[in-house]
Design a protein around this ligand. Structure first.
Ligand code: HEM
Length: 105
């Protein structure tokens, strides 16, 4: 469920910010991408009962999509073994998290 996906994102982000191992970082990013893709199929409690084509549901999907896009940016840097660059870009994941939590949590 959505809570599990969020917990996966949290664990993954912690690894990304901490690790100095390229393989470990890319694995964590893969887990985060999977969790985000699953979250996209869920409905937050706040949006329960909203039609699938409502502005709020679309905005939720857009928030998840921006998270996945930034995960991909971080992953490209990690793949290139630029772990410092990856960590710098990973800080933007927390901005995306915070702005979306304000709206949907
Ligand atoms: C790296 C990014 C993110 C992290 C680390 C993160 C982490 C978390 C955590 C730890 C929780 C609490 C889960 C629990 O109750 O056990 C949570 C809840 C939640 N998050 Fe995120 N989150 C992220 C991004 C997002 C994004 C992008 C969205 C929406 C577009 C979002 C929407 C929500 C919602 C709706 C809840 C409440 C879940 C519920 O209904 O119980 N999160 N998140």
């Amino acid at each position: 469920d959505l809570e599990q996906d969020m917990d996966m994102l949290k664990g993954g982000l912690r690894v990304v910010m901490k690790t100095d191992d390229r393989a470990e970082m890319t694995r964590a990013l893969g887990d985060m991408r999977k969790a985000a893709q699953d979250a996209r199929t869920q409905t937050p409690d706040k949006l329960e009962g909203q039609p699938a084509d409502s502005a709020q549901v679309k905005d939720f999907h857009a928030g998840i999509d921006s998270l996945i896009a930034q995960i991909n940016v971080v992953d490209k840097l990690a793949q290139a073994n630029n772990l410092d660059g990856a960590k710098a870009e990973a800080k933007k994941l927390t901005d995306i998290r915070d702005s979306n939590h304000k709206k949907f949590r």
